[in-house]
Ligand binder design. Structure first.
Ligand code: HSE
Length: 301
């Protein structure tokens, strides 16, 4: 009977203008321990986030593993899953992506690794419906991905400690489904052109380390104007973060978490100012300072 433990990072997607393409893996993890048993299903959840998630056949890690076994043409016997979750759920930090990636990679180990990393990336993007979170969770670092015709093209670039991610995590949830349903199906050419230029500049800023360009680059017209309406006081917080020296602030993935990008040397001062402000204005929000994860999904045993 096989056994596998994998660690999967949280991810922040879009980074402003790079809707459904740009992503960064963060040093905040879910752990998935999977063990084949003779029969039945047992799921234990610990770790502080996602304790309310289903522990039966509706569990996303389990559903993903079941899908994997079907794709691999292998019968699925019994399974014991231990899930240690630290990624906040429905906050725009890639928690569902972590379940999908973790399920696929654990199942791949249990089945003798029939699929390559790229094939697993395609499966993850297909299951999620977009490739930005899952590609970053798999490859690590800053990723640019294009998922097209069931194939994936991507580039991954390590992010140093000179760029920090400050997470402002609200005390309320917004599902990706709801956040996507608010978006228009079509956009005027001026908005499309705005986003192409801003996404391109974001990529250049992160690859070159010329972070001052992020100030303009992370602006977006595809999703933020619609999604910020879910976050009360968004503009006020945004302005504050800018005045404290944020390089740029954007809604992480489908939200509602907001992320400020900050130069490594400025991070401690930024955190002090921001924590003081948030304690007064939004005491129930969680604030975290993060580095990027450059390893991606990792098998621990
Ligand atoms: N690109 C996706 C979206 C990310 O913005 O809907 C979801 O986390």
């Amino acid at each position: 009977m096989g056994r596998a433990t994998v660690r999967v990072p949280a991810t922040t997607a879009n980074l402003g203008a790079g809707f459904d393409s740009l992503g960064v893996a963060l040093k905040l993890y879910n752990y998935i321990e999977a063990e084949e048993t003779g029969a039945g299903l047992s799921i234990e959840i610990s770790g502080g986030t996602g304790n309310f998630l289903p522990t039966d056949e509706k569990n996303l890690v389990y559903k993903t593993m079941k899908y994997f076994y079907e794709q691999a043409g292998k019968p699925m016997g019994g399974l014991r899953l231990k899930l240690e979750n630290h990624i906040p759920v429905t906050r725009g930090l890639g928690s569902s992506s972590a379940c999908i990636v973790g399920g696929l990679f654990a199942a791949n180990v249990l089945c003798g690794e029939p699929f390559s990393m790229r094939e697993l990336m395609c499966m993850a993007a297909k299951l999620e419906g977009h490739s930005d979170n899952s590609t970053a969770a798999i490859a690590g670092g800053f990723t640019i991905s294009v998922y097209e015709k069931e194939d994936i093209f991507y580039y991954s670039h390590p992010v140093g400690e000179d760029l920090k991610f400050v997470l402002l995590i609200p005390d309320f949830a917004v599902t990706t489904k709801k956040a996507r349903s608010t978006l228009p199906g079509y956009y005027p050419l001026r908005d499309v052109s705005f986003n192409i230029s801003h996404a391109a500049l974001t990529v250049a800023a992160i690859l070159s380390g010329e972070y001052e360009n992020l100030l303009c680059a992370v602006d977006d017209r595809i999703h933020e104007p619609y999604r910020k309406t879910f976050i009360e006081g968004y503009q006020k917080i945004h302005n504050r973060l800018k005045s404290y020296g944020a390089l740029g602030t954007y809604i992480s993935g489908s939200g509602p978490t907001m992320i400020s990008l900050v130069e490594g040397d400025d991070a401690q001062d930024f955190m002090a100012d921001m924590q003081e402000y948030m304690q007064k204005s939004h005491p129930d929000w969680k604030v975290m300072l993060m580095d990027a994860d450059n390893e991606g999904v990792k098998r621990l045993n």
